[in-house]
Design a protein around this ligand. Structure first.
Ligand code: ATP
Length: 267
């Protein structure tokens, strides 16, 4: 999509205002402002340690689970303060699912992996349909329809990752966060996940952290480039340098640091 064809972000799913994240006294990410559009793929790229995963984890309060992590500034989900007192982090993580770098199916059957979330949510009926639909949506049904009772750990790495995507979908999320979902996969499995992401982005908002710039360029509509700035005391802080349409970031970035990174001259 050409830069000018991207819609303006009037109704973002997430609005990050002056977001900083601390681990103890260490400010890992400083002053991030950005808005994330619905039903698009937004990529977070940048050199190692610039805070991409930290920012991603703020979007479904996964950082709450890290001892010592503290978030400052504001994250708004539609119109709601995601860190507001009345917000239930468990419900947040149901609506905003996450897929990790390493496929992490439970050591259970394929069926029970997918049915796990709905069961926890009290669902007892219609599980067969839910499991089948989630597997269809994750482009895995044809490969596993005769293996629903088999242990999920017997699947290939790429199938396991699609199973994890199906597991995320089964609880009917609104957003899927992906933290380097293909880094443990071979090129064929990676292509399948990328194709799947494109299909899923018609129904879900997707935010992906990736080290692979070609992947960001292939799959995303918008790209955020982060870097780590070193302060006067020698401490590194993750900063958002530039956020724009992916077409512009990769063809005509506004900031020299972005250009240096995408042309491989730094990072
Ligand atoms: N649980 C943690 N406790 C303390 N410091 C952390 C923790 N997680 C991340 N950090 C630090 O925060 C900074 C940002 O890390 P983060 O993992 O978010 O960066 P990243 O850009 O995703 O890196 P990579 O591309 O290598 O995965 C780094 O300096 C890292 O060491």
């Amino acid at each position: 999509m050409a830069p000018s064809q991207l819609p303006d972000l009037f109704d973002p799913v997430f609005t990050l205002q002056d977001l900083s994240v601390f681990y103890g006294d260490y400010e890992a990410v400083r002053g991030v402002n950005m808005r994330i559009a619905p039903q698009e793929i937004t990529a977070l790229i940048g050199p190692s340690g610039c805070g991409k995963s930290t920012v991603l984890r703020c979007l479904n309060r996964m950082n709450d689970l890290i001892l010592d992590a503290r978030v400052a500034g504001k994250v708004t989900y539609y119109t709601e303060d995601l860190y507001g007192e009345s917000v239930d982090p468990i419900e947040v993580r149901r609506r905003i699912g996450m897929v990790f770098q390493k496929p992490n199916p439970f050591p259970k059957s394929v069926f029970d992996n997918i049915a796990y979330g709905p069961r926890i949510n009290g669902q007892r009926r219609g599980l067969d349909e839910i499991v089948e639909e989630a597997l269809h949506r994750a482009a895995l049904w044809d490969e596993v329809k005769d293996k629903l009772k088999q242990n999920a750990l017997a699947l290939s790495g790429g199938q396991q990752q699609r199973l994890c995507i199906a597991r995320a979908i089964a609880v009917k999320p609104d957003v899927i966060l992906m933290d380097e979902p293909c880094s443990a996969l071979d090129p064929i499995a990676t292509t399948k996940i990328e194709d799947l992401m494109q299909v899923l982005s018609r129904d879900y908002t997707i935010v992906i952290v990736t080290h692979n710039m070609q992947q960001a360029a292939r799959v995303s509509e918008r790209t955020a480039f982060f870097t780590a700035e070193v302060d006067e005391r020698g401490e590194r802080h993750g900063r958002l340098v530039e956020f724009d349409s992916t077409a512009r970031i990769f063809s005509n970035p506004a900031d020299k640091r972005t250009e240096g990174y995408i042309t491989g001259r730094f990072g």
